[in-house]
Design a protein around this ligand. Structure first.
Ligand SMILES: Cc1cc2nc3c(=O)[nH]c(=O)nc-3n(C[C@H](O)[C@H](O)[C@H](O)COP(=O)(O)OP(=O)(O)OC[C@H]3O[C@@H](n4cnc5c(N)ncnc54)[C@H](O)[C@@H]3O)c2cc1C
Length: 316
């Protein structure tokens, strides 16, 4: 049942028709605010200030994906440059996360690369880090290729790898070999077929553990591999802490990453225990697909949203 609902929500996340329906529901924006810092850069900066005060770092995501115009892709890069300058001016502990389809990957690789280059160059100037998010399997090869290319010039940039994909151990091996395995490790948030990806939660978790071990092998670490463990799953957090202790990696030599609005208490507890925590802070008006992926991750989120819709309908 959970799998069917998840697949349906992920399909709806890509549907313009459903986007119109959901955005017309009065509580949608209010419920989305749980996961999105706000529509303006100032909203996101205020959240980052608060996180920094709590001992957490951030990575800022200007929401948008699959853009179909070069001008929109360019203005997304402009927004990232503005955000990086504001982060620098305010001395905030934050980098940025980008999606290559927001920077024009569906239009032309050259456009996406040019926009990415501008953002990473600006981040390098102000001493900040850029993480390239990983999107659905159709983009993985091109995302890794552009990552390799940008790493020829810059080292303040990393990428994301997804444990649900069968290909990921090979991708990680080749990043390690090239000495550029600076990765955020996630389970994966898209609807992928059994021909490409593990479907069972247990299998996806096992694959996650295997990737963590691969990235933390002595030979990989000697080649500079760095890992951010991005999961709210207690089993994964526990496995990460015990494995780090077993292989002699100090709590401040890697980081955990959580999404804004998810398991805040757990994040605070990890910081109190001496671990590094970075929170992914999205902002902007294009929150629909991001919001739908968050609903798909947890049935309770969907139930909460449907209750809010029902209550508004009753009041109306
Ligand atoms: C910082 C960060 C960056 C990410 N970047 C990418 C990316 O670039 N590409 C990509 O494909 N995926 C990305 N993801 C999403 C990831 O792939 C998973 O879909 C997501 O993290 C849910 O899996 P989980 O490991 O947290 O475990 P789950 O088993 O899904 O969740 C474990 C527990 O965490 C809590 N939880 C998890 N998700 C939610 C939620 N939405 N709302 C409320 N509670 C929740 C619940 O208590 C749940 O029981 C990212 C995740 C994080 C944390």
């Amino acid at each position: 049942m959970y799998t069917v609902v998840r697949r349906m929500l992920l399909w709806m996340a890509r549907s313009p028709q459903w986007q119109r329906v959901i955005l017309a529901l009065p509580p949608a924006r209010r419920v989305a605010r749980r996961f999105v810092a706000g529509e303006r850069l100032e909203d996101a900066l205020a959240v980052i200030r608060m996180l920094n005060l709590q001992g957490m770092h951030a990575t800022l995501d200007y929401l948008g994906e699959n853009v179909t115009s070069e001008a929109v892709a360019r203005s997304a890069a402009d927004a990232y440059v503005d955000a990086l300058m504001a982060i620098h001016r305010e001395g905030l502990h934050s980098g940025v996360s980008v999606k290559l389809t927001h920077l024009g990957l569906d239009l032309d690789e050259a456009i996406a690369y040019e926009n990415l280059h501008r953002i990473v160059a600006c981040a390098a100037e102000v001493g900040r880090f850029v993480r390239i998010d990983m999107e659905s399997s159709a983009y993985v090869g091109r995302t890794l290729a552009l990552y390799r290319r940008i790493r020829e010039t810059f080292d303040n940039v990393g990428v994301v790898v997804q444990s649900y994909l069968y290909r990921t151990p090979r991708d990680v091996a080749s990043l390690i070999e090239a000495g550029i395995a600076d990765v955020r490790l996630v389970k994966g948030a898209y609807d992928e077929p059994p021909s490409l990806a593990w479907q069972e939660r247990r299998q996806i978790r096992e694959a996650f553990y295997a990737l963590l071990r691969q990235l933390w092998e002595p030979a990989a670490r000697a080649k500079g591999s760095r890992v951010a463990v991005a999961s709210h799953d207690d089993a994964i957090i526990h496995y990460t802490c015990t494995t780090a202790r077993r292989v002699g990696i100090a709590p401040d030599a890697f980081e955990f990453q959580f999404l804004y609005g998810v398991r805040r208490e757990r994040a605070r507890a990890l910081v109190a225990a001496g671990y590094r925590m970075r929170v992914y802070v999205p902002y902007g008006t294009h929150w629909y697909p991001y919001f739908m992926r968050r609903l798909a991750e947890r049935p309770a989120n969907l139930a909460f949203f449907l209750r809010a819709v029902a209550m508004t309908a009753q009041e109306g």
